[in-house]
Design a protein around this ligand. Sequence first.
Ligand SMILES: Cc1ncc(COP(=O)(O)O)c(C=O)c1O
Length: 431
Amino acid sequence: MLTPNLTVSPDGHLMIGGADTVALAKTHGTPLYVMDENMIRENCRGYGNVIAEEYGGNGLICFASKALSCKELYRIVDSEGLGADVVSGGELYTALKAGMPAEKIVMHGNSKTNTELQMAVTHGVGRIVCDNLPELERLDRIAEKSGRIANIMLRIKPGIDAHTHDFVKTGQIDSKFGFALETGEAMAAVKAASLYPNLHLLGLHCHIGSQILDTEPFAEAGRVMVQFMDKIRDEIGLTLTELNLGGGPGIRYTEEDDPKPFGEIVRAILAAVKESCERADYPKPFILFEPGRSIVGGAGLTLYTVMAKKVIPNIRTYVLIDGGMCDNPRYALYHSRYEAVIANKAAEPRTETVTIGGQCCESGDLIGEDMPLQTAECGDTVAVLATGAYNYSMASHYNRNPNAEMVMVRDGEARTVIRRETYEDIIRCDI
Ligand SMILES: Cc1ncc(COP(=O)(O)O)c(C=O)c1O
């Protein structure tokens, strides 16, 4: 199986975290997101342990909410000692409502509104990552009016081309996020930021991209960022105390994927940071990481019901399900690949090659093409694997489809953590 938490029961049903997915589909209906709490917790601890072992615990892991934001998840990651990275007022609101301490929150955004900045300042968010000069100006004014000093970091584009999909690359010069190193823009931003009376510049941030499978681009980012911190010290005499290296470790979506384990990646980054600091005689900064996908991606799957099957001779076979791009837009967006299993036939071999199609009025509403699958029949339960990240958080109401329910499984027991939307929910804001 793709991840170690997936097994097959003696009666051939797919199990996740000890729970029978066929029974879950029957009890809760489909589409249904299923998350494995133990695996999420193990991943959180895995990150924490590396920081403790390799860096004396001098850091904070902030779960990247963009991968999955809901109150229960914040409660879980908070209880494991993690903070949260948020990128909108909505994510911030959810995190605060769940009881996540504001000082453990990092606020991102390349185009934050005054309302969002005000919210961050009022609640005393631990770090606001500033993306551009107009934002610095606005934040300084907001902090002044609120009688606060805002702790900030600057988002830097380190000029690293990570080998991943163009849409999820963010560290190169042609990116809408942050200040470029190569052009001198980043140094100018540091100088500007250090002069605002109501802003306290703690350090720098970079995020080179997502679903990155190798260690080297991360280690290189660590080296580049420490070199830049050293250059700042030389040029303006400012010693920054914090370095946030973003998220990005990849996960296994298909049997062919072979990502480096996130522990190895974090070890490589920390080694690069330590070595660069020693070489420059620079004090080792407090380190932050913002993993999302590698904490929740493999811990989730989505269950659907087969509504129809269409065999187009010599062309393809469609298996049509009661969900699709509304719950998982990643194939439509990036042609992301997934593995699927018929949950009630999980012990059988996957002998057919199918296209899984969704319900929306879009030909591109697919979960995947050329997917191996057991022989599907109407009423079967299809499990699409490794959907814990960037599925629910990217869900839409296209065609006025209500958002699906999410259950959290722990030691075989499931509880609803996001209830299924109703048609009344869908028209709630209509006048
Ligand atoms: C600034 C920032 N931090 C963290 C993440 C999380 O990345 P991942 O889910 O790949 O770990 C992202 C994702 O795009 C991001 O933009």
